[in-house]
Design a binder for this molecule. Structure first.
Ligand code: UFG
Length: 335
């Protein structure tokens, strides 16, 4: 394995102004890489790009995409830009196939035309649907139960087929589990207009921005009846991208890797942790299930550790929530 710290490279990042992308841009910058972010700012923020150049552009704009790739001549492309909400994907599936599958096809065509042979893809645990066994490893059946997961799986298939057809094209698809938390130095965090993810909703409820938190479903076949997820700190996830880059630039072959810690917390446990960390007993209501939610998603994450050399450092739910809370307090002070 080649260490990315010793080999500065040029990395083209779609969605680098978004939550996870911006943490990866920062981590790459700190490791000495040159970065260009390509983002349409539909959900991302200009101020979140703390390193390198930002080109405001859409993946549907083939001309601008091609020109930017040919000008920057990256060693690798990291593709984050996507729609990411399970519930919305059930209500508006075509938005997901457009943004996540059709736009990925555009990008792959442009990447190929520019002769770029290294690609890192933000995939998701949602490709597994309701896995037959948990923790779920990368060989488990791919059976998404919502359009979000299906739209990402389409791109995984494109990548696998392209890599099979072209020996010069290699990729790593990282299947993210539940990403949460913020940069421990509080330079970055999640900043969407209407966040839907559990940790952010809970903390904004603690701040009084939302009147109450809803727990979606208490009748799942899990120990306390609420859904179980593998929450991973965003900076650990960012590190996995640097490891994947080093792996690919070191000649690694195409692989898919889970990104999670290997153990899960229920919605109720996350709510209790949010109350503990903030010291605020915010209102919580138990409501019906949300469409498209699998009962339990927990990663078997051995492959990322052994293949990519990934060494997560923040496997601690309270730490994850504390960093997200510091970020929320900073946002509140600014606005
Ligand atoms: N939840 C609530 N109330 C809320 C928000 C969420 O009860 O206000 C519950 C959900 O029903 C779910 C759990 O909290 O059971 C986590 O929900 P999130 O919306 O935070 O995250 P998801 O599990 O839906 O999805 C996330 C990512 C996906 C990824 C998936 C993999 O958005 O990209 O984790 O586990 F695929």
């Amino acid at each position: 394995m080649l260490s990315t710290e010793h080999s500065p490279s040029r990395v083209f990042i779609t969605g680098g102004a978004g939550y996870i992308g911006s943490h990866v841009v920062l981590a790459l910058g700190e490791a000495g890489h040159e970065v260009l972010t390509y983002d349409n700012l539909s959900t991302g923020n200009r101020e979140a790009v703390l390193h390198g150049e930002l080109v405001v552009g859409d993946l549907a704009d083939r001309m601008l995409l091609q020109q930017t790739l040919e000008r920057f001549r990256p060693d690798a492309v990291v593709h984050f830009a996507a729609s990411i909400e399970v519930g919305e994907s059930v209500r508006d599936p075509l938005k997901y196939y457009r943004n996540n599958s059709a736009n990925a096809l555009n990008l792959l065509e442009a990447v190929r035309a520019a002769g770029i042979g290294r690609f890192i893809f933000s995939s998701t645990a949602a490709v597994y649907g309701n896995p037959p066994t948990v923790p779920v490893d990368e060989e488990a059946p791919l059976a998404p139960i919502n359009p979000y997961g299906a739209s990402k799986l389409v791109t995984e298939r494109m990548l696998a087929d392209l890599a099979a057809a072209d020996p010069h094209f290699c990729y790593v698809a990282l299947r993210y589990f539940n990403v949460a938390g913020a940069d421990p130095q509080v330079r970055l965090g999640q900043d969407y207009a209407n966040p839907t993810h559990l940790v952010t909703r809970a903390l904004k409820t603690a701040l009084g921005i939302f009147p109450g938190l809803q727990v979606f479903g208490t009748d799942y076949p899990t120990p306390d009846g609420t859904c179980v997820r593998d929450y991973i700190h965003v900076s650990d996830l960012a590190r996995a991208h640097l490891d994947a880059l080093g792996y690919l630039l070191g000649g690694g072959e195409s692989r898919v890797c889970n990104c999670g810690y290997g153990h899960g917390f229920s919605v109720r446990e996350v709510v209790a942790a949010a109350k503990r960390v903030t010291g605020i007993d915010f209102p919580v209501a138990e409501t019906a299930r949300r469409d498209g939610d699998p009962a339990e998603l927990v990663a078997a994450s051995g492959r990322a550790r052994t293949l990519l050399g990934w060494q997560p450092q923040h496997d601690d739910l309270d730490f994850i929530i504390r960093t997200a809370w510091e970020w929320e307090l900073k946002l509140k002070k600014q606005r």
